[in-house]
Design a protein around this ligand. Structure first.
Ligand code: SF4
Ligand code: SF4
Ligand code: FES
Length: 869
């Protein structure tokens, strides 16, 4: 650490960073706009000026930008010097000349970085009396709102969108002193990470359009720490509620997982919680019934029937365990499609018994050679794709190092790199968004992708088996071998066990990290819990061994062919479903129990990294909605800690899950942690239509969080941070004050607990089940799944903004026989689907593609495609 003197006081600062980073890490108040810890410095706004002195005798000094000046040993600066304070005040006055000062009607008001910095700088009087420059705003689609007049030209938006996230439809359009940040024409932003503009823009230019539909100020929302439920990566979120409506989701910084950014599915998919398709009361034979009656019916069914339970990879560990406990381990089924359960089981065996580390998302950013086998990660594990976009900068950044350009000097580094990209190889059945930054791509059917993987492993280590020599295999092997931190990514998308094994061989041979994607938010947790297969559940009912089925948060029509599910549900005498939203399975239930979503219940999810993370309810559920585990629990489990304790005893492999977050008895300075901000207004009037006296806030027996603004103002443990807010820091950039060092871990420790780490090297053997080469069939197509960030996830599809952007059903084909849009019948698995053709010349011969999640069809599968007459 270097000693830097700020206003004559010594501070320890990281010498590899700049002075702004150092000052903020020390809690000093220094305003800034264009710098961002994830984007680095460009010196565009001049707001972070400080005075720098040559030595202790220098009285005069010179004004420098702290974000552009290294924190070298012995540096002497002043923040308080009157000349530099006046400079910063003049700068913000200039930046604000055309700003509309419309805080009262601005969605950012009260949580605005510009407001915070204006106050910090002391600019409190407007002298400018002339006409302001104005712009026409654009319609940027259903997710992000645009109000350009509030812009202060800091350029963060385009730097984030283009340089960091790889978007190309947002830019700065400039003429003289008029600079416009937007698209070349109205239209939905195309980048999958556009929602981060809401947090990146320091003003109210880009705001959350979904929040606008049910707006509440930050101080009027109640928050809870939570985990995204829309893919398996487990990004950390804070959810905000008012009057029983979930208002929005914001990023909850987790240094090791999502850092500062979420994908748009994760940020905007939350609106399914407010859907009018929610179950709010129990339904018995299609009629509303009371919770008491529903519980009685559930108990009767369990007591008198031969019961089996079907769990779910999108339900919490606690909910799955409560069902397992109710029906007994022998009668519990994991609820995953058979093939998927087997594949994920293999993946976990590899990760738990092998020596390859499954990296955090943060570690993926640091990898310097990546091989992706069979996965379109932008659409399957989006935040991972954003990390891979940063990883391709690692090798070229060595040029900047050699030129002694500090890595935080963003434009200097980018100039030195000249768009150079490090090694990224992508082998998938169809083109992916990341192809544009790939060193090379390879298109083939799943079996041939697996064969490529085996060949790469063989090129790395000749003792590993291979059947064929692919020209690209040697190049990929060379890149992985030369890298300091190589990474292999694969997963379940192609439903190919040989591909998973090939990826493991490559990682073993290259001594690389290995990351597997998984389909749903708790796929890994459900697999660790175990359970019988779904087909065994079907068989049990068919054979008469069971007559009553309890289905937990699971639409079985997404797991198995429709005919099989139909027969299963019709044969079972009693079908009981717990779920949030109506779906084809729930429609066939005798009894439906309204299950709390992530916003109304507490629980634990295990991410594809193997990280168990706790989510907490943000509001007490309305009507009869209750956490699934509460519907299913025995009387002697009183709170979440009781469920976790029982689970740790029954399933030792899940015992560490208890430490994913502090227990309900945790107190900070003797108090609970408030979900409501201390500036919450109107609390006493909220329920005045019911009672003029302020009612006691509801108790929360399950967590150390209170439904109130009372509690300790200290920084809570990382897993319990409901919102980021500090004196003088009202925007989300208050996170600065929660970090040990800016951009580093939180002071409150880590959120979540990793359930598996690499085993010591123990003579691990290579897999050798190499599949035969793919052979196209005459008159048939191999149908593989195509994933979409908007549309492939079941729950987010019920959010209106996501539904608007979701891909409509199609069949993608590489053919010259049919025109784009021609209607065809796709015949497979005993089903005929009429779909329009989407021409995709990137698909290999003999391979066609359907959107993932097509009901009742387990892909890949062979099918016929016939033109309709
Ligand atoms: S739109 Fe926002 S992020 Fe972009 S330049 Fe303007 S103030 Fe900065
Ligand atoms: S990457 Fe996955 S976990 Fe992260 S925000 Fe997106 S959908 Fe949610
Ligand atoms: S933050 Fe330093 S110039 Fe903008």
């Amino acid at each position: 650490m270097a000693i830097v003197y700020v206003d004559k006081k010594p501070y320890q600062m990281n010498p590899d960073e700049n002075l702004l980073h150092g000052c903020l890490s020390q809690g000093l108040k220094l305003p800034y706009f264009c710098w961002h810890p994830a984007l680095g410095s460009v010196g565009a706004c001049r707001q972070c000026a400080v005075k720098q002195f040559k030595d202790e005798h220098d009285e005069h000094g010179k004004i420098v930008m702290s974000c552009l000046t290294p924190a070298k040993e012995g540096t002497r600066i002043s923040i308080d010097d009157p000349e530099v304070a006046a400079f910063r005040s003049a700068i913000i006055e200039g930046l604000m000349l055309n700003h509309p000062h419309d805080c009262a009607v601005c969605d950012e008001g009260g949580e605005c970085h510009l407001q915070d910095m204006t106050v910090m700088t002391g600019h409190d009087y407007r002298r400018y009396e002339f006409d302001k420059r104005t712009f026409r705003n654009q319609n940027l689609g259903p997710l992000v709102n645009h109000e350009m007049n509030r812009c202060i030209q800091c350029y963060r938006c385009v730097r984030y969108y283009r340089d960091y996230a790889g978007g190309d439809d947002l830019n700065a359009f400039a003429m003289r002193n008029t600079v416009f940040f937007g698209r070349h024409e109205d239209g939905a932003l195309e980048n999958e990470f556009s929602g981060n503009l809401v947090e990146i823009c320091p003003t109210g230019v880009f705001t959350d359009k979904t929040l606008k539909r049910h707006y509440a100020r930050k101080w009027d929302q109640q928050f809870a720490p939570s985990v995204c439920v829309h893919c398996a990566l487990g990004c950390n979120i804070d959810s905000g509620e008012r009057y029983g409506t979930l208002r929005r989701v914001v990023n909850r910084y987790n240094h090791e997982v999502n850092g500062y950014f979420l994908c748009d599915r994760g940020r905007f998919g939350y609106e399914f919680v407010n859907s009018d398709r929610r179950f709010l009361y129990p339904l018995l034979k299609g009629q509303l019934t009371s919770a008491v009656q529903a519980r009685f019916h559930l108990t009767e069914s369990v007591t008198n029937g031969r019961v089996i339970g079907i769990g779910s990879p999108r339900a919490s560990l606690e909910a799955n365990f409560a069902l397992r406990n109710l029906v007994g381990p022998q009668c519990f089924h994991s609820g995953m499609a058979d093939g998927e359960a087997k594949l994920v089981g293999r993946m976990l065996d590899i990760l738990r018994q092998g020596s390859m580390r499954t990296p955090t998302v943060c570690e993926i950013e640091d990898c310097d050679a990546v091989f992706i086998l069979g996965e379109d990660i932008t659409n399957v594990a989006p935040r991972m794709a954003l990390a891979v976009r940063q990883s391709v900068r690692q090798q070229p950044m060595e040029i900047a190092d050699e030129l002694k350009i500090p890595l935080w000097m963003d434009y200097g580094v980018r100039d030195a790199m000249q768009n150079a990209k490090g090694p990224l190889y992508i082998a998938t059945p169809y083109r992916t968004r990341l192809d544009e930054i790939a060193t090379a791509t390879f298109r083939a059917a799943p079996d041939d992708l697996a064969r490529l993987g085996f060949a790469v492993a063989h090129a790395l280590d000749s003792s590993s088996p291979s059947a064929e020599d692919f020209p690209l295999a040697g190049e990929i092997a060379h890149a992985l071998k030369a890298a300091k931190k190589p990474l292999v990514i694969s997963g379940t998308s192609c439903a190919s066990e040989p591909m998973i094994q090939a990826a493991a061989n490559v990682a073993m041979a290259a001594h690389a990290a290995l990351s597997f994607t998984a389909p749903e938010c708790n796929t890994v947790g459900a697999t660790l819990m175990g359970g019988n297969s779904l087909s065994a559940a079907f068989q049990a009912v068919q054979d008469g061994q069971a007559d009553t089925v309890i289905i937990l948060e699971n639409d079985l029509y997404r797991r198995a062919p429709a005919a099989e599910v139909d027969s299963f549900l019709e044969t079972a005498a009693h079908v009981i479903v717990l779920d949030h939203l109506s779906n084809p399975t729930a429609e066939k239930a005798e009894l439906v129990l309204p299950a709390g979503t992530f916003a109304e219940s507490d629980g634990t999810l295990v991410s594809s990294e193997g990280r168990a993370q706790r989510f907490f309810q943000v509001f007490v559920p309305r009507n009869d909605v209750s956490a699934s585990w509460r519907w299913l629990k025995p009387d002697h489990w009183h709170n979440l800690d009781d469920v976790l304790g029982a689970m740790a005893t029954a399933l030792p492999q899940l015992a560490p899950v208890r430490y994913a977050a502090p227990s309900a008895s945790f107190r900070l300075a003797g108090a609970k942690i408030p979900r409501s901000p201390h500036r919450e207004s109107g609390r006493t009037a909220m329920l005045v239509n019911i009672d003029v006296s302020e009612p006691k806030p509801p108790d929360d027996p399950d967590s150390a969080l209170s439904f109130s603004m009372e509690g300790t103002p200290d920084k809570p443990p990382a897993a319990l941070i409901p919102f980021f807010w500090s004196p003088g820091w009202n925007s989300i950039q208050a996170v600065n004050t929660y970090q040990k060092e800016i951009g580093g871990p939180l002071r409150g420790g880590h959120a979540g607990v990793r359930l598996f780490e690499p085993a010591p090297v123990n003579g691990q053997c290579y897999f050798n089940a190499i599949p035969p080469a793919f052979a196209p069939r005459e008159g048939e197509w191999l149908l593989v799944p195509m994933f979409h960030i908007f549309g492939s996830d079941e729950l987010s599809l019920s959010a209106p903004g996501i539904a608007e952007l979701a891909a409509k059903p199609f069949v993608a084909m590489n053919t010259t026989d049919l025109p784009e849009g021609a209607e065809v019948d796709v015949i497979c698995a005993g089903t005929t689907l009429r779909l329009p053709v989407r021409l995709r010349p990137d698909l290999p011969p003999g391979v066609a593609s359907l959107p993932a999640g097509v009901a009742g069809i387990t892909l890949p599968i062979w099918g016929k495609i016939a033109r309709t007459t």
